[in-house]
Design a protein around this ligand. Structure first.
Ligand code: ACO
Length: 309
């Protein structure tokens, strides 16, 4: 969907959307395509790239806020579709930070010797929870999936450090009030958008800039590095202005930042793996590069991971 498409359905303009967010287009999944379908499409490519036999995958972690079902997890559906016979599968519900949380869990599994190879997926069919009558939110979101195979390495490569934090007291800044056990659908539920994403954008913006910077500096410090050691920054693609503020505080030049928000919009947990994959396929990541990933989302929750490639 382009900005011109949104001009036809809500009171907005290409100029407003581009100047406030940097977004020009987003991808919307066809009817009948489920979150697990998108996850499998991404995971197949990751498995091919890693040349990893299916029976070697020990765990599947899916970061998503748009699961196929309330039960079972989307990860379990992905396991069945992929045919990974030896894996445990579960979801990580952490909005836009889902992929970073997945990486953190995978790292813990690997470092404790629990598992050797973990598939981490960030996938969202945000179009299914977007209120297309609310101009404050609908222009922001798109559908996408990305996946990575995380494995141990003896050459000092891999996930060097991670950081995650939440502020549950700020949950109402970005949430879906209706549809859970507290405010379930009732027989007389009339559609008012409360079962879709609702956000106080300007308040989320302020917390996002502050906490993404804090998370980034923490993982750099934990890894014993300086911001100048970072080869590539892969930020959550929510808003060009948030990314630019992060970049300035880190003191890195724009050529060290992966940016694709223009093409996909905010794809929540899929945003970081999508950008990682595009950067990798474009040859922007070389062996031993330090890659910083940082994200922020509804919860509120935020986190970062620092990888030596
Ligand atoms: N078109 C035109 N006008 C609009 C639109 C639109 N699409 N959306 C909002 N406006 C109007 C508002 O109604 C408001 O009008 P008013 O002043 O008459 O009330 C005005 O624009 C300004 O609104 P703000 O909210 O102050 O705009 P802001 O500059 O903050 O930009 C935005 C809004 C883009 C949402 C920004 O706040 C943002 O990106 N926030 C962070 C989003 C984020 O990072 N979310 C976390 C991840 S998402 C997840 O977890 C799923």
């Amino acid at each position: 969907m382009t900005n011109a498409d949104f001009e036809k359905i809500v009171d907005t303009s290409d100029e407003w959307i581009v100047s406030r967010t940097g977004i020009r287009e987003r991808r919307i999944a066809d009817n009948g395509i489920s979150t697990s379908d998108m996850a499998v499409a991404a995971l197949r490519q990751a498995i091919d790239m890693a040349q990893c036999p299916h029976d070697e995958i020990d765990a599947i972690i899916v970061g998503t806020i748009t699961p196929d079902y309330r039960l079972p997890s989307t990860a379990c559906v992905v396991q069945e579709k992929m045919g990974f016979p030896n894996a445990v599968a579960f979801d990580a519900l952490a909005a836009c930070t889902g992929f970073i949380n997945g990486l953190s869990i995978a790292r813990a599994f690997i470092e404790t010797g629990t598992y050797k190879k973990v598939a981490v997926i960030g996938v969202e069919r945000l179009s299914s929870i977007t209120n297309y009558k609310d101009r404050n939110t609908c222009v922001l979101f798109g559908d996408a999936a990305g996946a990575a195979i995380v494995a141990g390495d003896t050459n000092g490569r891999g996930i060097l450090s991670t950081f995650m934090k939440s502020a549950g007291n700020l949950r109402e800044l970005l949430w879906m009030p209706t549809g859970g056990t507290l405010n379930p659908y009732t027989a007389d539920f009339t559609y008012d958008g409360s079962d879709k994403l609702t956000m106080n954008g300007s308040e989320v913006f302020k917390v996002a800039v502050r906490q993404m910077c804090d998370a980034a500096f923490r993982v750099i410090d934990k890894a014993g590095l300086e911001p100048s050691d970072i080869s590539l920054v892969i930020p959550h693609q929510a808003n060009m202005r948030i990314i630019d503020a992060l970049r300035k505080r880190l003191g890195v030049t724009m050529d060290k930042v992966v940016l694709n928000v223009e093409k996909y919009g905010n794809t929540s947990s899929a945003s970081v793996p999508l950008a990682l994959d595009e950067a990798n396929r474009a040859g922007r990541i070389k062996p031993d590069d330090h890659v910083l990933m940082v994200a922020f989302g509804g919860g509120l929750i935020w986190g970062a991971a620092l990888v030596r490639w």
